[in-house]
Design a protein around this ligand. Structure first.
Ligand SMILES: [Zn+2]
Length: 210
């Protein structure tokens, strides 16, 4: 199968196998690489594309936090907008008091309370918990994406629009957003664990399998 190269001329090929399809073309053109262990945190049934994109950027090390911009001399101030520490990925997600408060509250709602220890640890923790399509792991992945997106958006709002929000109002926003998403889910097994989580979030009973 052809491999795309900017240095060679295009060639017309005739596929006479009678099983031509866009899927075959895609698989023949794409470069296959080893699977990363965090891919299920980004792409899963029920993911929210806008949030998944930021999670993907973060997992790929592509978010331009202030420490990076200051190393490239684009900015001179590398202070976190929420506190006085240097804004690194490790700090912003979820060591910073602002994001740590959010993380503690949300992990408690998910019945997975833990003290946040920075991005690398949180990512590994989610990789370990995020396998399968279980209600609790799916919920944790949606919440994880929401939290990352909103922390990043809030940090940018603070810098570019001089807008500030209290962490409690962001938590409330996440709770309402997650509730509206989960209300569309159906046939969730009615286990004790799932029930306790749903009580914590205030999910309706109709999401459970009858
Ligand atoms: Zn901070």
């Amino acid at each position: 199968m052809p491999v795309l190269s900017p240095n060679s001329a295009d060639v017309l090929l005739w596929d006479s196998s009678h099983n031509f399809g866009s899927s075959r073309v895609w698989h023949s053109l794409r470069v296959r690489q080893a699977k990363v262990d965090w891919y299920k945190l980004v792409w899963f049934n029920g993911h929210i594309p806008m949030y998944s994109f930021i999670v993907w950027m973060l997992c790929r090390g592509r978010l331009q936090t202030k420490d990076r911009l200051s190393k490239w001399n684009i900015i001179s101030d590398s202070k976190c907008v929420f506190c006085d520490a240097c804004e690194t990925v490790e700090h912003l997600f979820f060591l910073c008091p602002f994001s740590a408060t959010m993380s503690r509250k949300l992990s408690s709602f998910c019945k997975d309370f833990h003290e946040p220890r920075g991005w690398s640890n949180e990512l590994q923790r989610m990789v370990n918990h995020g396998h399968g399509n279980y209600f609790s792991s799916k919920l944790m992945k949606v919440v994880f994406g929401c939290a990352i997106y909103l922390i990043w958006r809030e940090s940018n709002d603070w810098i570019f629009n001089n807008k500030t929000k209290k962490v409690d109002s962001l938590i409330l926003y996440i709770v309402n957003l997650v509730k509206s998403r989960v209300c569309r889910w159906r046939r969730i097994p009615k286990s004790k664990g799932n029930w306790l989580i749903s009580v914590e979030w205030g999910f309706p009973r109709c999401i459970f399998d009858r």
